[in-house]
Design a protein around this ligand. Structure first.
Ligand SMILES: Cc1ncc(COP(=O)(O)O)c(C=O)c1O
Length: 383
């Protein structure tokens, strides 16, 4: 976790140079921790059950989602490895030397590929292409048209698959194996993605301290994380568990039709079920969460860590998306609204945790790049 954080710091000057929107933060990619009292009231959650916050990854710059954390980390780790192999290209501590024509030419001999429902593809695609890599994103049927268009306009090759997320990943992985100069970012198995997500915990700890939020037995920290294949929420939950131990309680939120992590945690040891086995459709407007089978790496890491999992109807996602916009001016995509059901689930299912000293952090995971017309359609749908 610390190594991932240090890597982000080393690359910050280069990132600030590649992406003008990062100039203000000197290349640091982070999100605010927002108090959301109006949303808390609209949700009908009294302060006697604790205070509500939003960890605003929906506004993460460049990639516009939580996937920037893990996705960027893996691309940066690969870049660093290749640069070290080609020694003279990396000019000591100044990583901006990786924007030189010679370094870009070296990186351009390599390909980065990924399979995605959309947001991981956006994160990997935008950064890898900006660094000079040849970049291919395999998109599942759920991926939204605007995400594909955005990638194509950044010079990324988008391969559209008629099947679901699992099939897009499997095809991408298989094609990548045929090319020794191709690095496949494996959303189902990657430790680099996992530790990239985990580094968020270090920053959240800083933000909580700045806001004067204490985490202990009387002040439990409850964190609600939207879950697709499980990598992002598990990486973050694992990181928070290293820092806060038994006083942090991480809950995952999944669509009713795509509860792959729940299915995995309930399954007997050694099995790897899919939501289709339970007669579910895996069809949901929460495109980022439309995953039929969980990551085993994530599930294994979460056995002793995740506090619980709840499912959310699509209509509730839209209701909360519109509520977050009306009360706090947040622009979320449907997947990113999944955590807002958390505090109510806790009040019903684990009332002892919903105490006056509790802090509830809803992780809002994407939305910044959603085009206006699309966002208006979300609000219309909510109505
Ligand atoms: C907006 C959003 N939230 C949450 C997730 C869940 O991340 P993971 O699939 O790693 O569980 C995704 C995945 O793409 C996403 O796009």
């Amino acid at each position: 976790m610390q190594a991932a954080q240090d890597r982000f710091t080393r690359f910050a000057p280069l990132l600030a140079q590649l992406f003008p929107e990062l100039a203000a933060t000197q290349g640091r990619i982070e999100s605010a921790l927002l108090p959301v009292p109006a949303m808390q009231e609209a949700l009908g959650q009294p302060l006697a059950r604790g205070r509500l916050w939003v960890k605003a990854d929906h506004s993460l710059p460049v990639a516009g989602s939580i996937k920037a954390r893990g996705g960027f980390h893996e691309v940066l780790e690969l870049t660093e490895r290749l640069a070290v192999q080609h020694g003279p290209l990396l000019n000591g501590a100044d990583y901006r030397s990786l924007a030189s024509p010679a370094a870009r030419a070296m990186l351009g001999r390599h390909q980065v590929a990924v399979g995605s429902t959309g947001n991981l593809g956006l994160a990997i695609g935008v950064l890898a292409a900006a660094l000079g890599f040849r970049t291919v994103v395999h998109m599942s049927v759920d991926a939204k048209a605007w995400k594909k268009e955005r990638l194509r306009s950044s010079g990324v090759e988008v391969v559209e698959h008629p099947g679901d997320y699992e099939q897009a990943v499997a095809t991408g992985r298989q094609r990548a194996q045929a090319d020794p100069l191709c690095h496949f970012v494996d959303d189902e198995r990657s430790l680099s993605l996992f530790v990239g997500y985990s580094a968020a915990a270090l920053h959240l700890r800083e933000q909580l301290a700045t806001q004067g939020v204490v985490v202990d037995a009387e002040h439990p920290l409850l964190v609600y994380l939207p879950c697709g294949v499980g990598g992002a929420p598990s990486g973050i939950a694992w990181g928070l568990y290293q820092l806060f131990g038994e006083h942090v309680h991480c809950f995952f939120a999944e669509p009713v039709q795509s509860p792959c992590f729940l299915a995995q945690m309930l399954a007997p040891a050694g099995s790897h079920p899919s939501v289709y086995d339970h007669g579910l459709s895996n069809r949901t407007e929460a495109d980022g969460l439309a995953v039929p089978r969980a990551s085993l790496l994530a599930a294994q890491a979460m056995r002793a860590v995740v506090a619980g999992i709840f499912t959310v109807q699509d209509r509730t996602l839209f209701e909360h998306l519109a509520m977050a916009h009306a009360t706090e001016g947040l622009r979320l995509e449907p997947s990113a609204a999944a955590g807002f059901s958390g505090p109510l689930e806790i009040a019903m299912g684990a009332p002892a945790l919903a105490c006056p000293g509790a802090n509830h952090v809803v992780w809002s995971t994407g939305g910044l790049l959603v085009p206006d017309a699309q966002f208006q359609r979300f609000l219309q749908r909510a109505k």
